[in-house]
Design a protein around this ligand. Structure first.
Ligand code: PMP
Length: 443
């Protein structure tokens, strides 16, 4: 690993075995562990995590794309501590300066007119609220989501999520229709990119015509599918989709839970890469850098529909989360983290493509900025998913002190979405580890 002048403090808590046993006895087994040989993470600093033995890991998944500016970033910690010393919680029934300040700061990053914010605590809650607003504003019920999407796991948004692997057998999809994903690697349609684009767009039209009353509440889409395996859309797909949705009375919702805050490099928000302007933006993860905070941003007239009934969120807008969000957004600017994502992301992707030429298990390298995916296949021609191989790579890289994520319907996509503060030395280390792990996979 590249040198780091931070030393973790000695760990004096219960052993890994004890922690594992307690977890197995008292925690719902749905809360899963990633690795066959689990690791216990007890400390973090910037792009690194430390286990109970003091072993340092380079973190390329950042608490599932949540650690934006670095674990325990000093400025963010300082601002959180300062706020904790004054007031932790009183709810939004009183005035407090932080909520408005963060909303104003967010509005400075969004297109003109998208400047009214509702704070909640998680991505699922933000998407739930966005769908409610779209339904109330349009007076329509049907929502379109994309195949391969992930929008959360609470039952009100589970219907939007589009992998059978996440869905318990309950009727959670009333009024939700999934449109095909114009994935550049595994597109469901044949023909040239342009023909496949037109077929994808036609399918949106067909679903509206055949499965709804002809009027819809909206479309929700991630600019790059995150959990779905860093799936990039055809570059003009969302423009076409938004046009059709609006023609049928719907609003366009961009789920920026993973793609926001400069991670994709060229732009602050993911939708800006695709030349569209949504009516509603949902965000979470990266804003808090680990503090639970999420939001829905929309136009004033859409926001107003919610005010016709009482609406309340106990922890939404709490001063500590707001202080964290403000500090995170300041750090992104002060440390030019969007630029770091653009430059390092480009380098990382180019180098991963070189590994693809060397290792037949790498079927595709994709993504933007520091939101990259490596799809593993058994055969580059048939594209048969290499799920077991992805698990082996994750385990091997972990043993070499590199933590990465896995995703995609088949769990065969390595997800590289590190804290945005990583350095070229870190990227070089990650490349060397991946190269070695893929080499070992051949034997
Ligand atoms: N939307 C997207 C794009 C996500 O990646 C996630 C979480 N992985 C969510 C929504 C749900 O967020 P949460 O887990 O905070 O409810």
């Amino acid at each position: 690993l590249p040198p780091c002048n931070y030393s973790p403090s000695p760990y004096n808590g219960p052993s890994l075995e004890e922690v594992l046993q307690t977890r197995q006895k008292y925690i719902n087994p749905a809360v899963f562990l990633y690795y066959q040989n689990p690791i216990m993470i007890v400390e973090g600093y910037m792009q690194y995590l430390f286990d109970h033995t003091g072993k340092r890991y380079l973190d390329l998944i950042g608490g599932i794309v949540t650690i934006s500016v670095g674990h325990r970033h000093p400025k963010v910690m300082e601002k959180i501590k300062q706020q904790l010393d004054k007031l932790q919680h009183a709810t939004t029934i009183y005035l407090h300066p932080n909520m408005g300040l963060l909303a104003k700061k967010l509005a400075q990053t969004t297109p003109e007119g998208l400047d009214v914010v509702y704070f909640v605590n998680s991505g699922s809650e933000a998407n739930d609220l966005a769908i409610l607003m779209a339904r109330l504003y349009t007076g329509n019920y049907d929502i379109l989501a994309m195949q391969n999407a992930y929008h959360g796991a609470v039952t009100s948004v589970l219907g939007l999520t589009s992998h059978h692997t996440w869905k318990p057998p309950i009727p959670h999809q009333h009024g939700i229709h999934h449109v095909p994903c114009p994935d550049l690697y595994r597109n469901p349609f044949s023909g040239t990119d342009e023909e496949r684009l037109l077929k994808s767009a036609q399918e949106i039209q067909n679903i509206i015509h055949y499965s709804t009353c002809g009027k819809i509440a909206g479309l929700i889409a991630e600019p790059i599918h995150g959990v779905g395996g860093v799936t990039e859309l055809h570059p003009t797909y969302l423009q076409k989709a938004y046009e059709i949705v609006r023609k049928h009375g719907g609003l366009c919702i961009s789920d920026e839970v993973q793609t926001g805050f400069g991670r994709t490099g060229d732009h602050y928000w993911g939708f800006q890469n695709l030349n569209v302007t949504p009516d509603i933006i949902t965000l979470a993860k990266g804003l808090g850098n680990g503090t639970p905070v999420a939001a829905v941003i929309t136009r004033k007239e859409i926001a107003q529909t919610l005010a016709k009934k009482i609406h309340f969120n106990t922890y939404g807008g709490n001063p500590v989360s707001m202080a964290a969000g403000l500090a995170v957004m300041e750090v992104i600017e002060e440390e030019n983290l969007q630029e770091n994502c653009r430059n390092l992301g480009k380098y990382f992707k180019e180098e991963l493509k070189k590994l693809q030429n060397k290792h037949p298990h790498i079927g595709d390298v994709r993504g933007k900025g520091l939101m990259l995916g490596v799809e593993l296949v058994k055969n580059q021609q048939t594209k048969e998913p290499a799920t077991e191989e992805a698990k082996i790579i994750a385990e091997k890289t972990k043993d070499m002190a590199l933590l990465l994520g896995r995703g995609g319907l088949y769990g065969n996509v390595l997800r590289l979405k590190p804290p945005m503060c990583i350095t070229k030395e870190d990227v070089d280390y990650a490349l060397a580890v991946l190269d070695k792990a893929f080499e070992e996979l051949k034997s």
